[in-house]
Design a protein. Structure first.
Length: 527
C-alpha cells in the first residue's frame, strides 16, 4: 500500500511543469527564462491590448523588432474580415497579422505553421493568453534559425483579433497565398496561468500525428479523451479555422489557475515560468520531429486511441481496435473466473454480495460526492466555475466518496477473490461499452482491465491464490492510477465546480475499487 501511495504521489508530480532552464542554458534548448525576458520586452506594462487599440499597435511593433533582432524578415498582412451581418449591415474588422519564414532547403515541401495570437481581451493584459506564446515562438525561432537551412519551410504566424472572433486566422486562411503551402499547424494557447502544457486538440484522422508526438515529446501530457472532450465543447481557437480548411494540426495549452483567464490577473506576475518552459519544450520538440520526418500529407484515415503514461511516453492504437481488445480481455477474465469458480465453488449469495458491494461503492460515491459539491455551491453567495477555494470544493466530494466506499466495504463483507473477478469483469464491460460509444475514453478501462486479465489467469492456476491476490489488486490499482490520475489533476480546472465533481467522485471510486479485496481482509483482521 505504501508503494502504491508513493506511485500515485509520483504520478501527481509528473504532471507538474518541468524546472525552468535559466538564461545561461544551452542555446539549442528552449529556455523558459529567456522566453520570459522576451515576454517582458514585448509586454512591458502588462496592459490590455485588444484588436484595433493603440496598445496593440505598440505591441505589434515590439514583436516586429524582436523578430528582426533574431535575423528574420517579418511581414505585416492586413485583412479586412467580416464579423457577420447585423441590423445595421455587415461589420468588418481589420486584422494585422505578422508572418515570418525560416530559411529552408526544400521550400516546395508542405510547411509547418507555428501559430499564436498577440491580441488580448479588453479585461486583461493577456500575459498568458497569448503573449507567452508569442515570446515562446520568438525564442523557438531564435533556436531554429541557427539550424537553417531547415529540411522544410517553417512559418511563424502571429494573428490579430483571435479574441474578437478568430479574425486574423480567418483572414490568413482565406486571403494569404502562403496558406496554401501549409501542411500542418501547431497552435499555442492558454486558458489559465500555470500547469503543464496539454496537447488537447488535434484534427480528425490523427493517427500519424499521434505517432509523431509519441516519438518527439519528452514529457507528453495528452490523451484521446482530452481530444474527445474538446470536440464536444463550443470553444474554438485559431486552429479551428485551419482545421475547417482541411489542415491537420495540434493545439497546446496550459490551463492551471483559470480564475486568471480573461481578467486583469492574467499578468506577468501570475504567469508560471514552468508552464512557459513546458509549452516551449513541447512545441520545439514537435517541430524538430516534423522536420526530421519525411511526409507530404500528415492526415490519416483514422483517429488514434491514446494516452500518455505518467507523462513519460505515449501508448496508442488505431481507433476501431478497442472493441476487439475489450472483447478479448472480457473473455479472458470470464474464463478465468469460471475456472476458479469450479474449484472454489462460490455460492450464488456470495456473487450477489460482491456485485451489490461494487455497485454501491460507485453509486453512493458519485451521488454523495455530487450532493456534497452541490451543498458547497449553495453556500457560496457568488457561485463561479473557478472559485478561490476550488481545491476545497473538490476535496470534500473526494473525501465523501472515499468514506462512503470504506463504509460500504465494512458493512458488506464480500469475498475478496470474488470481488476481484467481478471488478475485472466490470472493467472489461466498461471498456467494451466505451469502445462503441466514446472510444477516445476506452483506454481508461482497458489499461486496468488488461492488467486484471493477466493477473486473473495467474490467479486461477495459482496454488497460493491469497498471496497472489494482494499483488494482483495492487497491480490493477497502479494501472488504474496511470489512467485516472491525470483526470483528477486537470478536471477541476478544465470543467470547473459545476460539472467536474460527479466525474471526480466516479474516478475516486474507480481508484478505490481494486483495493476493496485488501480492505476487506484488513477489516476482518481488525474486527
Amino acid at each position: 500500500m505504501i508503494l502504491l501511495l508513493s506511485f500515485n504521489a509520483y504520478l501527481w508530480t509528473r504532471y507538474d511543469p518541468p524546472p525552468v532552464l535559466g538564461s545561461e542554458g544551452p542555446k539549442d534548448v528552449f529556455s523558459g527564462e529567456r522566453a520570459f525576458e522576451r515576454l517582458k520586452t514585448i509586454l512591458p506594462q502588462s496592459s490590455p491590448h485588444p484588436l484595433g487599440s493603440p496598445a496593440n499597435e505598440r505591441l505589434r511593433s515590439r514583436i516586429l523588432k524582436e523578430l528582426k533582432g533574431i535575423g528574420l524578415d517579418p511581414v505585416e498582412n492586413d485583412h479586412w474580415v467580416s464579423q457577420g451581418r447585423g441590423s445595421k449591415g455587415t461589420s468588418l474588422s481589420l486584422a494585422r497579422n505578422l508572418l515570418a519564414e525560416l530559411p529552408s532547403s526544400n521550400p516546395d515541401l508542405p510547411a509547418i505553421l507555428l501559430s499564436c495570437h498577440y491580441d488580448s481581451v479588453w479585461a486583461g493584459p493577456g500575459a498568458s493568453d497569448d503573449a507567452a506564446a508569442v515570446a515562446s515562438l520568438i525564442e523557438i525561432a531564435s533556436i531554429l534559425i541557427k539550424e537553417a537551412p531547415l529540411a522544410r519551410p517553417v512559418l511563424l504566424l502571429f494573428t490579430d483579433g483571435e479574441e474578437a472572433g478568430l479574425v486574423g486566422a480567418r483572414g490568413f486562411a482565406r486571403f494569404n497565398e502562403l496558406a496554401a503551402r501549409v501542411g500542418i499547424v501547431i497552435n499555442l494557447e492558454a486558458r489559465g496561468s500555470s500547469g503543464g502544457s496539454l496537447m488537447f486538440e488535434t484534427s480528425e484522422g490523427n493517427s500519424w500525428i499521434v505517432g509523431q508526438m509519441a516519438q518527439g515529446l519528452e514529457r507528453p501530457m495528452s490523451s484521446s479523451a482530452y481530444v474527445s472532450i474538446y470536440r464536444t465543447m463550443p470553444n474554438s481557437s485559431d486552429l479551428t479555422v485551419f482545421m475547417k480548411r482541411g489542415l491537420s494540426g495540434l493545439n497546446f495549452a496550459f490551463i492551471g489557475n483559470p480564475k486568471h483567464y480573461h481578467t486583469p490577473l492574467d499578468n506577468l506576475e501570475n504567469l508560471d515560468r514552468g508552464s512557459l518552459q513546458h509549452q516551449g519544450d513541447q512545441v520545439l520538440s514537435m517541430t524538430r520531429q516534423l522536420l526530421s520526418t519525411e511526409w507530404t500529407d500528415p492526415s490519416s484515415s483514422k483517429d488514434a486511441v491514446y494516452t500518455d503514461l505518467g507523462a513519460r511516453f505515449i501508448l496508442s492504437w488505431p481507433a476501431g481496435r478497442s472493441g476487439w481488445f475489450s472483447g478479448a480481455i472480457l473473455l479472458s477474465i470470464v474464463l478465468s473466473f469460471l475456472f476458479s469458480g469450479r474449484t472454489s465453488r462460490w455460492p450464488t449469495q456470495e456473487l450477489l454480495r460482491g456485485g451489490i458491494c461494487w455497485a454501491l461503492i460507485v453509486l453512493l460515491g458519485v451521488t454523495l460526492g455530487w450532493l456534497s459539491a452541490s451543498f458547497l455551491q449553495h453556500l457560496d453567495s457568488t457561485p463561479t466555475l473557478w472559485p478561490d477555494r476550488i481545491h476545497f470544493d473538490f476535496l470534500v466530494p473526494v473525501l465523501v466518496t472515499a468514506i462512503s466506499a470504506l463504509a460500504t466495504v465494512a458493512i458488506i463483507r464480500t469475498d475478496p477473490t470474488v470481488f476481484y473477478f467481478l471488478h475485472g469483469i466490470a472493467l472489461a464491460l466498461g471498456s467494451l461499452i466505451l469502445s462503441f460509444t466514446a472510444e477516445g475514453f476506452s483506454y481508461v478501462f482497458i489499461l486496468p482491465a488488461f492488467t486484471a486479465s493477466l493477473a486473473s489467469f495467474l490467479l486461477s492456476f495459482s496454488p497460493r491464490p491469497t498471496a497472489l491476490l494482494h499483488t494482483a489488486c495492487l497491480l490493477v490499482a497502479a494501472a488504474t492510477s496511470l489512467a485516472v490520475i491525470p483526470f483528477i489533476k486537470f478536471l477541476p480546472t478544465a470543467l470547473g465546480v459545476f460539472a467536474a465533481p460527479p466525474l471526480m467522485s466516479f474516478l475516486v471510486a474507480l481508484l478505490i475499487l481494486p483495493l476493496v479485496p485488501l480492505l476487506t481482509v484488513l477489516s476482518r483482521r481488525i474486527t
